[in-house]
Ligand binder design. Sequence first.
Ligand code: NIG
Ligand code: FE
Length: 403
Amino acid sequence: MKTLWRDARLATLAGAQGWGLIERGAVVTEGETIAWVGAESDLGAGLAVDAEHRLGGALVTPGLVDCHTHLVYAGDRAREFELRLQGASYEAIARAGGGIRSTVAATRGAGDATLFALASERARALQAEGVTTLEVKSGYGLALEHERRCLAAARRLGRELPLAVRTTYLGAHALPPEFDGRADAYVDAVCAWLPALHADGLVDAVDAFCESIAFTPAQTRRVFDAARALGLPVKLHAEQLSNQHGAALAAGYGALSCDHLEHLDDAGVLAMAAAGTVAVLLPGAYYFLRETRLPPVAELRAAGVPIAIATDHNPGSSPTLSPLLMLSMACTLFRLTPDEALRGMTVHGARALGLADRGRLAPGQRADFAVWPHEHPAALAYAFGQHPRVRVVVGARDVAPAR
Ligand code: NIG
Ligand code: FE
């Protein structure tokens, strides 16, 4: 089926930088793919299509790609938020057995239906702000059976909702209580579970939390070796709270992305540049943990490292479900330009997932896009907290509005 989408202002992001704006633009889709993009005046006169949508001059961007979320879990950590505001640090709460472990207990105690319902509601909220592709990490099960349940819930989201889901195995997120004092034995288990989860078709990539309160660089290497043995790509929670030199380690494995990166040093930047690893910046976690050390944006730019932006939705460090707020924070807190921020949640977000077929409005790309009520795309980062009405199109098909 061939469809013409016309009378739109297109922010194509097609070039290497800038918006790639086309005024009075049109998109022709064929099946689930974009066949043509350009100015309406350049449309062939005799173009025959099966359907036509007039967009009334509305702004069209590529569908948003949220490349870092921990969407599947039960419970919340509002009480921990109170404690942090009273002075307890995120690390101190984690060391005392709270933090991620408290979410693990709630997640293990929730049934499959509940886990799926909770995740599905969150995914719909993301979709209501233009998300068409979503990454979901495990990491709140921390036992084979529970990691499997979480990854299966993520896969089910991709089957039952009109959005694409990529799954990431984050068994090395925290030490579960049954492995207290036996971190190396737990890493052995994390590595041993991976082939089974992969055989079930549940794993697209492998991640780890390399941090003083989580896993060491040596333990991270073992997890990455297990991924490499199966041909799976890796990503890393790196340099979030301290510099463990995790980014350089991950780049050595050709990592798709290193995420957080507030404590990234120059050697890490250069290693990422050489490996083509994407820097995923997570302003929600920076804000919510009241961090003061900024990720090295100027250095990443200068080295040509692609920068992505994501929600990092999770109950402990970034409970937001607003990708647009993250675009705003990427600009106000991290000093990205609005077009860099949007590129970070489209083209570069897709690249952080190893996906080259989406993130731009260009021939051959998937026909995933969002139609916004704004005049200029800078408004996506500017108008924070406004919840604009967005029309979401996935594979050239309209998605029913989620709210
Ligand atoms: O990306 N850094 C580790 N993982 C999450 C937080 C998880 C949690 O606190 O529940 C993050 O910030
Ligand atoms: Fe995270």
